[in-house]
Design a protein around this ligand. Structure first.
Ligand code: ATP
Length: 324
């Protein structure tokens, strides 16, 4: 097998804090192993548009502490087509790039896997998404920072909730998954958590609130964005009717959850994953995602991480019932 000499790295899908630490690790570990490393600007869009530039060690100075991604990110309709992926392949080939590291979520990996199969091109994925919804890894880059951001915001909201005897419904990110809601809810002492993976929670919430109305005046209810039983506004209305005279507010945390300085945990994990991705390419272990399982680096076939669904830890829900 030929020795790999030139590799490229890109970020794709939603940005996540810690992506920069992963880029830095890929660049520096690659250079120290004698590779030339290239950065692709704007994800698959930049790959198709040939926005590829060499990255030197100095190009990744002072980025480990920053959120977002220095390579920028994008969603690309064109990469969903065979013609778009062919353009991307030709751009890599023309620059003699022999391996690609994709930092992103499940959509990015679906694209990466398709591309790898179609063009027999070595690809390695690094899980970079605040949602933590990828099968084959306990943890994705950005999740820890997002959790801490949510907990910080909810702590602040609780000051107001308890000062005014209010009930706050707080919506957190997670279109398909309740990982952020579940852990941030436990960490902030939420009275209830509603996530898309669990049914029948609205009924339970109504029962809890009916009982609590008389005992406790303020409450925090965390709702994942993807919750399907009712919208957060409908839930607030239902509880308002259930507890006449209650002061109920809705707060949607939105994009503050994506940004900010990555936590130490995100920086360290992203660094470990970046190095592992470079090593995987060097050792010809292709079309895999780098995972962290029980705090150890693992390699999972991309095909598996795309196909399989990561379950939330339902034991954690029991904690909420027990402790509130
Ligand atoms: P996040 O979890 O933050 O949303 P993601 O990687 O899942 O990140 P997506 O928007 O789903 O984000 O996907 C990113 C890009 O990956 C898409 O814009 C598209 O270019 C590419 N992609 C997604 N699915 C496919 C697919 N089935 N085939 C080819 N390319 C795909």
């Amino acid at each position: 097998m030929n020795e790999i000499k030139r590799i490229a790295v890109l970020t794709s899908g939603g940005d996540a804090p810690g992506m920069n630490a992963a880029i830095r690790a890929v660049v520096r570990s690659g250079i120290s192993r004698g590779l030339e490393v290239f950065g692709v600007i704007r994800g698959y869009e930049g790959l198709i548009g040939n926005e590829i530039k060499q990255l030197l060690s100095a190009d990744v100075s002072n980025i480990i502490q920053t959120g977002g991604t220095i390579l920028k990110t994008a969603r690309s309709e064109e990469f969903m087509t065979a013609a778009g992926r062919l353009k991307a392949f030709e751009n890599l080939k023309n620059q003699d790039i022999e391996g690609l590291i994709v930092i992103g979520g499940d959509g990015s990996f679906a694209g990466a896997s398709q591309f790898a199969i179609e063009h027999n091109f070595p690809v390695v994925g690094i899980p970079g998404t605040i949602d933590n919804d990828l099968y084959g890894t306990d943890y994705t880059i950005g999740y820890d920072t997002a959790l801490n951001t949510v907990v910080d915001a909810v702590d602040k909201i609780r000051d107001t909730a308890s000062s005014h005897n209010r009930i706050f419904f707080v919506e957190v990110m997670g279109r398909e998954a309740g990982f952020i809601a579940l852990r941030s809810g436990i960490a902030s002492g939420a009275e209830a958590i509603l996530i898309p993976e669990v049914e029948g929670q609205l009924k339970k919430l109504m029962k809890t609130m009916a009982g609590r109305g008389k005992i406790k005046k303020s409450s925090i209810i965390i709702v994942a964005e993807g919750e399907r039983e009712a919208s957060i506004w409908e839930m607030a209305d239902l509880v308002r009717k259930e507890i006449p005279g209650s002061d109920i507010r809705v707060s949607i945390l939105g994009h503050i959850q994506r940004g900010g300085r990555p936590t130490a945990y995100d920086r360290v994990s992203a660094s470990r994953m970046g190095i592992a991705a470079t090593e995987a390419l060097i050792s010809h272990q292709y079309n895999v995602m780098i995972g962290l399982v029980n705090n150890k680096i693992s390699l999972v076939p991309l095909s598996q991480t795309i196909k399989m669904h990561k379950e939330v830890n339902r034991d954690l829900l029991a904690i909420v019932d027990l402790l509130t």
